[in-house]
Design a protein around this ligand. Sequence first.
Ligand SMILES: [Ca+2]
Ligand SMILES: [Ca+2]
Length: 181
Amino acid sequence: MKQFTSILICILLFSCDSENTDETTNDENNIENIGMGLIINEFLASNDNCCPDPSGDYDDWVELYNDSQDPIDIGGMYFTDTIGDDDPYQIPETDPSITTVQPNSYILIWCDDDQEQGPLHVSNKLSKGGESIVLLSKENQSVIDSLTFSEQTTDVSMGRDPNNVSQWIFFENPTPGSQNN
Ligand SMILES: [Ca+2]
Ligand SMILES: [Ca+2]
């Protein structure tokens, strides 16, 4: 029994030790997390009176948040409202000063089919009745973040709960371009 206990302690110590000091494991986790610094944070699928785009249009929008320590240029990434879309819309790479999201900052994609209004205006409008929002990487169109939503209320946004970012809740007072509140 004594010998068994000793072996058990050895095994436990070894496991704990390897977990705490194995940097390879952490590195692997970091590699898996590449691209997850950018998240879909809030959206408004039916904009009647909430908040106009820079051209004065009350259009649908999606707010992205960069929770990483590095700037991320969304130019070249793909956007679609359909999961498995084989022809997603590519955000233009023409003006990184407009399409780059700074660390811990927000950027708005206008879903208005007004591409002449700038690189942040995509071809897909959002359906009030519900559909999906999918952001795909520039390199291989892998999913950076996505969500599927059900019926929405005009001028009420849906976003991540600031107290629990994995929870999506409704906001009577949308906060496009700033922290959900
Ligand atoms: Ca517009
Ligand atoms: Ca917000």
